[in-house]
Design a protein around this ligand. Structure first.
Ligand SMILES: [Zn+2]
Length: 80
């Protein structure tokens, strides 16, 4: 059975979590071997997971956001 891109997309999170049943995993892997679009989507999804799983990165982003909010509030004279 040949699966289409949309089927692969539905399985991407399971693929990355390694929770797919062996027969589905095999189909997804076969598809990824010849489909550049799905390979690219898989790569970017994996990158996002790595970035969001990295706590230091997340804290850094949160720090940036609250820093910007503080600067913005000062500039607008809010909360002074
Ligand atoms: Zn595909």
């Amino acid at each position: 059975m040949v699966i289409e891109c949309k089927h692969v997309w539905a399985h991407i999170s399971g693929y990355l979590d390694q929770t797919l049943p062996p027969e589905v995993l095999e189909q997804v892997q076969k598809h990824l071997e010849h489909c550049e679009i799905c390979s690219a989507i898989l790569d970017s999804t994996r990158n996002i997971l790595i970035l969001t799983a990295d706590e230091r990165f997340l804290n850094c982003r949160l720090g940036l956001v609250s820093g910007c909010m503080l600067g913005w509030r000062r500039r607008c004279g809010v909360g002074t």
